[in-house]
Each structure stands twice: as structure tokens, then as C-alpha cells.
Design a protein around this ligand. Structure first.
Ligand SMILES: [Zn+2]
Length: 365
């Protein structure tokens, strides 16, 4: 589908949403994006995980910025047929649209094209490190495997916030711990309870003592998986419990994680069972203060488009969390897309165009 009346960024978007790229199958997108950047004269590399990395020089006295979007989509994301209806770009209704995150991919590509073709003032522009990642939707593996020795930026922008207004700014994302607990008792036949160590009452006692859900303004916890028991006539001798804690305050993350573990250990030691615990720090988090210079500058630029950006605290995890773990603080600016991961996913033509102008201003200020 190509419409001569549509702008360059919209044409790019319509083209790339038709390149299938569910997580793990991003090769076509990696190539397309590399070709685009190569053609406009950037040195571009695809790493062994399919991430596309390019550099654009700017004023060396200005701080380099990373610009990031992810190349993968969720399913059903194959054979996407975009259409424009009343100023909105939508899918056929049988697939997602892929606006998450191809709105940002198209807008970044258009920004770079514009900068290069206009020969915009190098002195005004921040040096740019452009990183398109794979596998964001499933484990952030592209970002996790990036070679950070090659990245200089300590600040950056991603555009991976859906279902809020264009230009709203995500200023925090949580640190995240996964907790794997196993209570090891002894199973036995229901007719011989004395020979067994039943883990069910132990688990039941712990769970009544745990605070789960919202712990504070900054911290959430959840027990998401519990597996106990094998058969109706068998006394459960083993419990698998998997939970998580997410917090925008690292100290609180650790306090709440330790509290959960402590409750399990306390209860198990009163019994004949044993317990094993594994805590996995899945990703780092970050929090920008309202008076942070980078936030103030970003708000100003967004406001210059007549928008009133809201500052959003998020409890979701994305590539930005992985970057945070490597010392790069990202502001994620909402791309204007709505209803990500659904058949109703959509983006306004005018918002897509405004997003690319917005990115242009963010990197030239
Ligand atoms: Zn996304």
C-alpha cells in the first residue's frame, strides 16, 4: 500500500509495518532499517542479535543521546495490512498494527533523514547513537546483549509508551527482582500422613503473613505461580512458588524482597521441610526527578508543539530498564499510538508526523 499524498514518515511507517517481525523473526526489519540508514550515508551495523546500531555526529561539546526503538512486535503480527481511515492508521482488524514500536522506528528514521538531507546545523545537534533493538517484547534480549563498550551516551530517548497522549513522558521505571522458592517436604500416600511432610499447611501459613500487591507508592509485589500437589490421594511434598517485586526505589526493592524470603524461611524452619530460594535481578530501574535538567528541556520541547505533557511513573519493564542497568537513563516519550497489542491498535497520521518533528527538535536543542 502506497499513497502518494501521504508524507515520507507515513510512507515509511506503512512500509515497515508490512515487514513481519514478531519477536525472534526480526531479520527483515533489521535489514530494512540498515538499508535505509546506509542509503542516507550513515555507518550502520547489525550485531549478531539483530540489533541495528548507527552513529550520527554532532557537536562534540554536547552530550551524546541514544535514540532507541524496538524492531519486534507481538503476535498476531504477520501479514499486517494497514489502512488509513478518518486520519487514523489501523490494521485490517485481524492482526495488531505494529505501531508498538514501528511508530518510533519510522519517526526516528525520518528524523535522521531530515537532519542529513538538510545538513542541519552540526553545532546545534547532540551526537546521536541510534539503537534499534530486537526481542523487546519477550525478555528485552536485544538490549540485554548489546555491546555497551561501544555506547557513550548516558542519556537518551525511547518512544515506547502507548495509550496515553503524544508527548507524555515516562520518568521512572522499576527495578525488578524475580523470586523462585521451593519448599521441600516429603510426599506420601494419603493413608499414611505420619510418613509425609506436607508442604501445603506451611505454604498456607506463609501466604497469610505476606503483604502482596501494592506495598507503597514505589513498590509492588506479586506471587504469580504456585504449584503444589500431584494427585488427589497424594500428600504434597513439594511446593514451587514464583513471585516478583518491582520498585522504583532500589533500597525498597531489596527490603521487600528480603521480607518475603524471611517469611518463607521462618515458617519452614518450624517444620521438617527445607526451603531453597533464588533471587534474580531481572533488570535495573530509574527515576528522573521533576527538576532534572533533561526532563525540563524535554517538557519545554514537547510544550512547543502545543502539547501539555504529563509525567508518568511506570511499573512496566522495557528496554529502558536494561539500559538503566548499564548507566544510560532514558526518557520514554509517548508516541501517540493507542491500544498496543490489540487488533484495535492505531495511530493518528497527524501524531506520527508530529512525533518525527518532536524527535527532530529534541536532538537539535
Ligand atoms: Zn513496545
Amino acid at each position: 500500500m502506497k499513497n502518494q499524498k501521504t508524507s515520507d514518515v507515513v510512507n515509511t511507517f506503512l512500509k515497515i509495518v508490512q515487514i513481519d517481525s514478531p519477536t525472534g523473526f526480526e531479520q527483515g526489519m533489521s535489514k530494512e532499517v540498515k538499508n535505509y540508514l546506509d542509503k542516507i550515508g550513515l555507518k550502520t551495523k547489525i550485531d549478531k542479535n539483530g540489533n541495528v546500531i548507527a552513529f550520527l555526529e554532532g557537536n562534540k561539546k554536547l552530550e551524546p543521546y541514544m535514540l532507541n526503538a524496538h524492531l519486534d512486535t507481538v503476535e498476531p503480527g504477520r501479514g499486517i495490512k494497514p489502512k488509513i481511515i478518518n486520519g487514523w492508521i489501523k490494521s485490517s482488524g485481524k492482526t495488531i498494527l505494529g505501531a508498538d514500536n514501528k511508530t518510533a522506528v519510522a519517526a526516528i528514521l525520518e528524523t535522521i533523514r531530515k537532519i542529513v538531507s538538510e545538513k542541519s546545523d552540526l553545532q546545534k545537534r547532540h551526537p546521536l547513537e541510534i539503537v534499534f533493538t530486537t526481542s523487546e517484547e519477550s525478555g528485552n534480549y536485544g538490549a540485554a546483549k548489546l555491546d555497551y563498550s561501544k555506547i557513550k551516551s548516558k542519556l537518551g530517548y525511547s518512544f515506547d509508551v502507548s495509550s496515553v497522549n503524544l508527548g507524555d513522558i515516562m520518568v521512572s521505571a522499576p527495578f525488578y527482582n524475580r523470586i523462585d522458592i521451593e519448599i521441600i517436604g516429603k510426599s506420601g500416600h494419603a493413608k499414611d500422613p505420619e510418613k509425609a511432610v506436607n508442604v501445603l499447611p506451611i505454604f498456607a501459613k506463609v501466604i497469610t503473613k505476606l503483604k502482596i500487591g501494592r506495598i507503597s507508592k514505589y513498590t509492588l509485589s506479586n506471587i504469580g505461580i504456585v504449584k503444589i500437589g500431584e494427585a488427589v490421594n497424594s500428600i504434597p511434598g513439594n511446593a514451587i512458588v514464583v513471585g516478583e517485586v518491582r520498585s522504583t526505589v532500589e533500597k525498597e526493592l531489596n527490603v521487600v524482597t528480603n521480607e518475603i524470603v524471611k517469611k518463607f524461611k521462618q515458617e519452614v524452619t518450624k517444620s521438617k521441610a527445607k526451603v531453597t530460594v533464588k533471587i534474580t535481578r531481572e533488570n535495573g530501574g530509574y527515576k528522573f526527578e521533576k527538576d532534572d535538567e533533561f526532563v525540563i528541556k524535554t517538557v519545554k520541547v514537547v510544550e512547543s508543539f502545543g502539547l501539555k505533557p504529563k509525567l508518568i511513573d511506570s511499573f512496566g519493564c522495557a528496554d529502558a530498564n536494561i539500559f538503566a542497568e548499564h548507566g544510560i537513563k532514558m526518557l520514554s516519550v509517548a508516541d501517540g499510538s493507542q491500544s498496543a497489542h490489540t487488533f484495535d491498535e492505531r495511530i493518528k497520521v497527524s501524531d506520527l508526523e508530529r512525533l518525527s518533528s518532536l524527535i527532530y527538535e529534541l536532538v537539535n536543542n
